[in-house]
Design a protein around this ligand. Structure first.
Ligand SMILES: [Zn+2]
Length: 307
């Protein structure tokens, strides 16, 4: 009886979270055989229903059309980190890319701060544009909601469910001295900016770090709000303007992704700060930012060797 109840509880949890149970977890749970998991489509429906309640302009149906899949990583509260991977079409003769060269890899991240709703919502808009124009020549890994727990909290939060500012939790040099010192001295121990006790303490930041090693992005784009500027870290000419957003470096912080990837790992990070965390830019403005960003990518990433 106990075993049946326990297995039921496991099944219910798996259904709720849409989990694929690791073998070790099943063994621990005492399950005699693997528990069948819900079809991926149903999982996506559940995830999208929750996300669409929060994200301006994102309906459950439009979210589901994006075919997001679970990365295998989960937030502190167990919500999956969802990703969509785009590769250039193989069968077509692409104008701007020599097919014998691998495409440039771009990691596009939305909503590392959960209370910046537009920073996730606009990534859903941009995902619709990737299969068109110059964008399709790149390989994109897109994570529209990097901090689902902050986004889905009763009141959206900048930090994750563990109270950590994920964008201060990356292992920049001398983090253990600099990050706590900055937090205390420069932010007055602001709980919205707590970097954590050790770098990469959070599943969300560990996933980004692992993804940097797996996917080896050549450019990372991280979307924020509400400062209405562009920021840039790394070894490439900085973009000057995307739409109405003008380059205006917001500073270098211990533990930030820009600092870690752009300055320490030499992988450029474009930080897009939308002008409002709750109200979306107009469609025209969102498209202009996107097109200007593509222009920058085309101009500043590896060009095909002459044939
Ligand atoms: Zn932010």
């Amino acid at each position: 009886m106990l075993r049946t109840l326990r297995n039921c509880a496991v099944s219910a949890t798996l259904l709720l979270l849409g989990a694929v149970a690791p073998a070790a977890a099943l063994a621990k749970s005492g399950a005699a055989k693997p528990v069948a998991t819900a079809p991926a489509r149903n999982d996506t429906a559940q995830w999208c229903a929750r996300l669409s309640e929060r994200l301006p302009g994102v309906t459950s149906a439009s979210c589901q059309k994006q075919s997001l899949v679970a990365t295998g990583a989960r937030s502190r509260n167990g919500f999956p980190i969802l990703i969509r991977r785009f590769s250039p079409p193989k069968s077509r003769d692409l104008k701007n890319r020599d097919a014998s060269h691998p495409p440039i890899r771009i990691l596009l991240l939305g909503g590392i701060h959960g209370d910046e709703l537009t920073a996730s919502a606009i990534v859903f808009q941009w995902m619709k544009m990737i299969p068109n124009g110059a964008a399709q020549n790149f390989a994109w890994n897109v994570v529209p909601v990097l901090n689902p727990d902050g986004l889905l909290a009763a009141r959206p939060l900048r930090v994750n469910a563990n109270g950590i500012d994920l964008n201060r939790n990356f292992p920049t040099p001398n983090w253990s001295v600099e990050a706590p010192r900055y937090w205390v001295k420069e932010t007055g121990s602001d709980p919205r900016r707590f970097p954590g006790k050790v770098p990469l303490s959070e599943p969300e930041t560990r996933w980004v770090n692992d993804e940097m090693q797996r996917f080896k992005p050549q450019v990372i784009i991280s979307v924020h709000a509400p400062f209405g500027v562009l920021d840039f870290d790394g070894p490439a000419p900085a973009p000057r303007r995307f739409g109405r957003l003008v380059l205006n470096p917001v500073g270098v912080y211990p533990g930030s992704l820009g600092n870690y990837s752009g300055k320490f790992k030499n992988v450029p990070v474009i930080t897009i700060e939308l002008p409002n965390a709750l109200a979306m830019p107009t469609d025209a403005e969102a498209q202009k930012i996107w097109l200007d960003m593509l222009d920058w990518l085309v101009q500043n990433t590896g060009k095909p060797a002459p044939g």
